[in-house]
Write a protein that binds this ligand. Structure first.
Ligand code: KE4
Length: 428
């Protein structure tokens, strides 16, 4: 008898490419049948066969306070009862803009949009409009959403599919996009020395989460900041994933670096579509309707989505929220590392705040090349062993994982117990 997941997946593929609305969900990197989720609560979600999983995706970051948090659900219900969307400004958008500017000091002005792709695409356009330059720099393994000029050797889904450059992106659209090596300061210096005055912006994930988790070294980020300042290049921190995930003020707070623009998403929507881009007021003032750089969105600042985001932003400011999130995430990665060592499996793990990386390699990778040298087949075997045990990690070796405030000791201990068995199977 087929499972309901299999039936749904077969049906889905008749009407939707790959049967999914975002490629990574299709399990093509790990194989097997995607789980169709019916409900979620706290650290758990359930699939169409009513199997329960400990969820380490958290909707790829947004579910930081846990799924279906009563206060978030109530705020959404109350907002929805007042109307879903008006296409006109609301007080909620003012409150959210003020909150983002207060929590992320480098953001002096901010524009709300509906996805991380919109946020980075708009920040890029602003940087080009403000500088009058065309060239942009990104880093191999970093993913910034699917805007054409950024879909070049992207990480995330594309890397997972081993398809470093998307079809359908004209050569003309990417000829201004330079892809450098993450954590390579020497290459950065050389590049700026040769074409620095032609570079409109550099966009970076200050904690990379789309080639798996890879930390940018503080030296690398400070070099980047120095060079952008020296050459009048706009420094864009893509904190769609790391913002409010690695710390309340994002990775920029951890490194004490003030980017010129920041892209945000995920957590600020609490699971509903809210993203944002913002930064120096002199740059943001160049945005329509007061400036020459155009950007717009029917559902930008949507009142129901903003209600979910504002409630989430309130909850993450509870005393000790990030201390506890960091402790739980550290317990997870240390427990997994110990379990792998007991079984004699080559494995290591790392975490920053509430996000983590799992690596089937001897040392924690610091570059894209080191990530690619990891044992992807071992990851896939581990993924399925854990899935069968009711633990849902990212269905791809090149993704980060996420812990919520609801992943308590019992949840972490259950995960590690399942991992002991999974690692023993791998070693066998
Ligand atoms: P969205 O357009 O998917 O909302 O955001 C794009 C984006 C931009 N910047 C960073 C740093 C991101 O991580 C993302 C999206 N992250 C992926 C996770 N690998 C979303 C999951 C998916 O593509 O389904």
């Amino acid at each position: 008898m087929t499972s309901k997941n299999q039936d749904l997946f077969a049906r889905a593929q008749l009407t939707t490419p790959g049967g999914v609305n975002s490629p990574v969900r299709a399990f093509r990197s790990v194989g097997g049948t995607p789980r169709f989720i019916t409900r979620a609560e706290g650290p758990y979600f359930w699939d169409a066969d009513d199997c329960r999983y400990i969820d380490y995706i958290g909707s790829w970051g947004p579910a930081i306070v846990g799924h279906a948090h009563p206060e978030v659900v109530k705020a959404v219900q109350q907002a929805a009862a007042r109307g879903l969307s008006f296409g006109a400004p609301t007080e909620g958008e003012v409150l959210m803009a003020e909150e983002i500017c207060r929590l992320v000091p480098s953001v002096e002005q901010v524009r709300l949009v509906s996805s991380g792709t919109e946020a980075t695409m708009s920040a890029l356009r602003l940087a080009r409009g403000a500088t009058g330059r065309d060239k942009i720099v990104k880093f191999e393994g970093c993913y910034h959403g699917h805007a054409d000029s950024l879909l070049v050797k992207a990480g995330s889904g594309l890397l997972t599919f081993g398809n470093p450059t998307s079809a359908g992106v004209p050569e003309d659209f990417i000829k201004h996009t330079l892809v450098l090596d993450y954590n390579n300061s020497r290459q950065l210096e050389e590049t700026f020395k040769s074409i620095g005055h032609d570079i409109a912006c550099v966009i970076i994930e200050p904690v990379a989460g789309n080639m798996n988790l890879v930390r940018a070294s503080s030296e690398f980020l400070h070099t980047l900041r120095r060079l952008c300042t020296e050459y009048g290049t706009v420094l864009i921190f893509d904190e769609v994933m790391s913002g409010f995930r690695v710390a309340l003020g994002g990775a920029q707070a951890l490194h004490g670096i003030r980017p010129d623009l920041t892209a945000l998403g995920k957590v600020i929507g609490g699971g509903l579509p809210v993203a944002a881009f913002g930064g120096r007021a002199d740059l943001m003032q160049q945005m329509a309707p007061i400036g020459a750089v155009y950007q717009a969105g029917t559902l930008s600042g949507n009142p129901v989505a903003v209600a979910a985001g504002m409630t989430t932003l309130k909850l993450i400011q509870a005393p000790g929220f990030y201390d506890s999130l960091g402790v739980q995430t550290t317990k997870l990665v240390q427990g997994l590392t110990a379990a792998a060592k007991e079984a004699g499996v080559t494995f290591c793990a790392d975490s920053v705040g509430g996000m983590f990386g799992l690596y089937f390699s001897a040392t924690v990778p610091t570059t894209y090349a080191e990530i690619m040298a990891g044992d992807k087949d071992k990851f896939n075997l581990f993924f399925h062993a854990m899935l069968d045990a009711g633990v849902y990690f990212a269905p791809a070796a090149f993704e980060a994982g996420f812990v919520s405030a609801q992943h308590d000791d019992a949840v972490i201990d259950a995960t590690i117990a399942a991992a002991r068995t999974a690692f023993a199977q791998l070693a066998g």
